[in-house]
Write a protein that binds this ligand. Structure first.
Ligand SMILES: CC(C)(COP(=O)(O)OP(=O)(O)OC[C@H]1O[C@@H](n2cnc3c(N)ncnc32)[C@H](O)[C@@H]1OP(=O)(O)O)[C@@H](O)C(=O)NCCC(=O)NCCS
Length: 213
């Protein structure tokens, strides 16, 4: 594990766990909502309900967590074997939001959903607490996800990045992701705040497998 030493803010070094710790569900939901609330809001608002929904349906085994002094400060969710970090099926959405209000929400969630191809791990979102950004935690999470993808025999990682997030895209490019295609989504600009989505891939390398060992 990379040693990041102590920060000027006096925090300990980050450690990475291949599972969301029990009891960290609300914290993870908050991080996720801070990062993706603009995008997920139309489907899961109001924020209070959304955070509760995410926390209640979390799949602990589909998230890599970064912790400092026992507190989760970053999370990377992924899909593998038909399971994603954020769970909750149609029935859960309808029982939380009601049938009438739930149905259009299901359509929006379907619009945002991605299905992995064979031998592919799909990243569902990486979020670092705003006060801890720019200190290498996002990079640690990406490295760990690549190693676990190698361990599962995946050949590549896929993720989607929106046009209003060039810094995240730059980070992915530094980690070996390359843009494959961009889908323009002007109809989502007012609703979700972005008007194009770029799909990026990163092949799993021998170095990832070495990291896994
Ligand atoms: C993207 C994100 C996970 C990066 O985590 P991080 O711990 O800051 O990442 P690192 O410290 O390893 O790398 C920093 C790099 O991340 C990128 N980055 C993206 N957004 C950033 C932000 N708000 N603050 C700092 N760095 C950011 C930059 O490329 C930055 O490098 P730079 O300072 O040279 O520009 C984090 O900024 C975040 O949670 N952003 C909000 C959620 C998000 O946009 N997720 C990606 C959706 S596709």
């Amino acid at each position: 594990m990379t040693n990041h030493g102590n920060s000027p803010m006096g925090h300990g070094r980050p450690v990475v766990r291949r599972r969301i710790p029990e009891g960290a569900e609300v914290r993870v939901a908050e991080l996720y909502w801070d990062a993706f609330g603009r995008k997920l809001g139309p489907a899961l608002n109001p924020p209070e309900t959304a955070r509760e929904f995410i926390a209640a349906h979390l799949h602990h085994d589909r998230g890599v967590a970064a912790l400092i002094d026992g507190e989760v400060v970053g999370v990377a969710g992924y899909q593998l074997g038909g399971r994603a970090l954020t769970g909750g099926g149609a029935r859960d959405v309808l029982s939380t939001y009601g049938t009438l209000r739930g149905l259009p929400r299901l359509m929006l969630l379907a619009l945002l959903s991605r299905t992995p191809a064979a031998h592919e791990l799909v990243m569902d979102g990486i979020a670092v607490s705003p006060v801890h950004r720019g200190r290498g935690i996002g990079s640690l999470l990406l490295t760990e996800v690549a190693a676990l993808a190698a361990g599962h025999g995946c050949r590549r990682i896929r993720l989607d990045v929106i046009d209003v997030n060039p810094r995240a895209r730059a980070l992915y490019e530094r980690h070996g992701f390359a843009a494959a295609r961009t889908e323009r989504t002007p109809y989502l600009r007012d609703l979700m705040g972005f008007s194009a989505v770029t799909t990026m891939y990163r092949p799993i390398t021998v170095a990832d497998s070495r990291e896994e060992r």
